[in-house]
Ligand binder design. Structure first.
Ligand code: ATP
Length: 203
């Protein structure tokens, strides 16, 4: 299920690019090639969603984008909080600003008074102590953690106590959360160092 949802998100991004280039239809094998997935897998995924294409024209791009949205987007806007407005946090705020209206980062938190009460890429940065008031008030259900590793578990605990059900964690820390809370950790420094290591080896 987790993998299918991930592929749907990927298909939609590719379809949005295809739509921007002006194409109205796409074949499963074309989508498969750019996604780096087998065409049968693409057809199976779309069929599971109840979507089928025409053998002669392929899939209708705009309809498919809409269909994927219905399958993976929340019915109403789902709100996200980001904790840690450092370099990475600011980059994430910039990247997502206005990108997914149904999945909006509506509040940021930091414990550095120099960052508090500023609007960063459209998102207000609040003091950490305001989290217990703002998270329920804005009905936030997802948290993004971009604080250093040593603070990540504490932030995760606070978020979980505020009934957050999903955490995207960018800190290099293995978070412990209760059942029912979904965590995905993305350690981009390790990822870059790994790629760089193999890039050196390949020379
Ligand atoms: P900057 O130099 O702007 O602080 P940075 O990316 O080098 O950027 P980090 O040390 O990685 O900063 O920290 C990321 C952010 O997390 C910073 O804005 C910092 O103030 C904040 N931060 C650190 N610990 C906590 C915490 N316990 N609660 C909330 N925010 C925190």
């Amino acid at each position: 299920m987790e993998k299918t949802i991930g592929r749907m998100s990927l298909y939609r991004r590719l379809l949005l690019d295809i739509e921007k280039r002006g194409a109205s239809h796409v074949y499963s094998h074309e989508l498969a090639r750019v996604a780096g997935i087998g065409a049968a897998q693409v057809r199976r995924d779309l069929m599971t969603m109840g979507f089928s294409g025409s053998p002669s024209k392929g899939y209708h791009v705009a309809d498919l984008i809409g269909h994927i949205g219905t399958a993976i987007d929340p019915p109403e806007q789902q709100r996200v909080a980001l904790v840690g407005v450092g370099n990475l946090g600011r980059a994430i705020l910039a990247y997502f600003h206005g990108r997914r209206p149904k999945l909006a980062i509506v509040a940021a938190f930091d414990d550095d008074s120099a960052k508090v009460d500023k609007v960063v890429h459209g998102c207000r940065c609040h003091p950490l102590r305001a989290m217990s008031e703002i998270v329920p008030a804005l009905d936030i259900t997802v948290g993004i953690i971009t604080v250093p590793a040593e603070s990540a578990q504490d932030i995760a605990d606070r978020l979980v106590n505020l009934d957050i059900k999903g955490i995207l964690n960018f800190a290099p820390a293995a978070l412990r959360v209760p059942p029912g809370v979904f965590v995905d950790t993305m350690d981009i420094t390790t990822a870059l160092e790994k790629v760089a290591y193999f890039a050196r080896k390949g020379r």
